[in-house]
Design a protein around this ligand. Structure first.
Ligand code: SAM
Length: 348
């Protein structure tokens, strides 16, 4: 660990709090003492009221100011190396160690910005053991940044284990915001944006993927998923099967890179565009718009229809499908069974 910074700081007690400014305020004594970290409630509330006039923004920290101990979750570019914040660069320069998913990948970024901080690996295969090592260093007062190959740590990427342990131990955890693929995809998708759900990667196998899609059949918000290029065609086929030809979707590919593109349209249209291509490469975010149907009246779909639907889409046998329908409708299995028999006896 570099002695720079640690030797220079005398830590006020309140800096131990695990808040954003609890960690970085060491670099901003005048601002911090009067505002975020002040134990003086009046000073704090007057700061908050000033907030409405725009004083909430912390000024940029001079590059030579020391950084407080803690775990820094640093977002990095998702393709375009320019997409990194001044703060992220400063933090990466000032921490004692950068824990990264792939040291070779991160080294390119560090080299680009003249960052000479030591990098160590922290990925899904060594997450458990490495988290404990990093935690010991943090407990001893280290400043450690976690970065992944792209985007925000923890978002479909490693980071969560170390973060949870750090929180448990009362170590300051500081997010350094920046790119994340699903937000860029969402904001430019043209799909409703005021309310959305992010589901991470869709399951790789069709059965599980269809079950996942079935869950959003009646969704009234935009649903966002990550998908691999070699699976996007079959994923779109499942979208068409489960959600129908007409569901509005967007495939956002290669965001922030040279071949960035957005394919917008109905599920059938986008699938046709994908099928017309020889090869699909690059990184992909799949966005599924809300249902255009009115919210379902459960009773509008007969038990027989719903059982058939579940057998078709989720590949359930009749008994399991019936059990699920009973649960959905809050009725007993025997009641559902009686209704099913009645439906079968006199189909609508
Ligand atoms: N932590 C990252 C984030 O904050 O977005 C996500 C990492 S996850 C392992 C990688 C997936 O994110 C890719 O398979 C793709 O679905 C999506 N992704 C990452 N970069 C992207 C880009 N430039 N364009 C489109 N999707 C991207």
């Amino acid at each position: 660990m570099s002695a720079r910074g640690r030797a220079a700081i005398s830590w006020p007690r309140f800096v131990e709090r695990t808040t954003l400014c609890g960690a970085e305020s060491a670099a901003l004594p005048q601002v911090a003492d009067l505002t975020f970290n002040s134990p003086n409630v009046e000073a704090r509330s007057s700061f908050l009221s000033d907030n409405t006039h725009g004083f909430a923004t912390l000024p940029p920290v001079p590059p030579n100011e020391p950084l407080a101990p803690g775990l820094y979750l640093v977002a990095t570019p998702i393709g375009n190396l320019e997409d990194i914040t001044l703060r992220a660069i400063r933090v990466l320069k000032q921490v004692d160690l950068v824990a990264c998913e792939d040291t070779r990948q991160t080294q390119k970024l560090l080299n680009r910005y003249g960052i000479t901080t030591r990098a160590t690996s922290y990925h899904e295969h060594n997450e458990a053991s490495r988290a404990m090592e990093l935690l010991e260093k943090l407990a001893a007062g280290a400043r450690i940044a976690v970065v992944t190959d792209a985007g925000t740590p923890g978002i479909s990427d490693p980071g969560f284990r170390l973060l949870s342990l750090a929180i448990e131990r009362g170590i300051a955890v500081v997010p350094i915001p920046g790119p994340t693929a699903f937000v860029s995809a969402l904001v430019a998708s043209g799909l409703p944006i005021e309310s959305f759900s992010f589901g991470g990667f869709l399951p790789p196998k069709s059965g599980a993927r269809r079950r996942e899609l079935e869950k959003i059949r009646q969704s009234s918000v935009t649903n966002i998923f990550y998908e691999a290029p070699h699976r996007i065609r079959e994923a779109l086929e499942d979208v068409v099967t489960v959600l129908g030809n007409h569901r509005q979707i967007v495939v956002a590919r290669e965001l922030t890179k040279i071949h960035e593109e957005f394919l917008r349209g109905t599920a059938a249209e986008v699938l046709a565009q994908m099928n017309a291509r020889e090869d699909i490469k690059g990184e992909i975010v799949l966005l599924v718009g809300p249902t255009a149907e009115a919210p379902p009246e459960l009773s509008a779909v007969s038990i027989h229809e719903r059982v058939n639907q579940l057998m078709r889409v989720e590949k359930l046998d009749e008994k399991s499908a019936l059990k699920k329908v009973a649960k959905e409708r809050g009725i007993s299995k025997s009641e559902a069974y009686r209704e099913l028999q009645a439906c079968k006896a006199s189909p609508r």
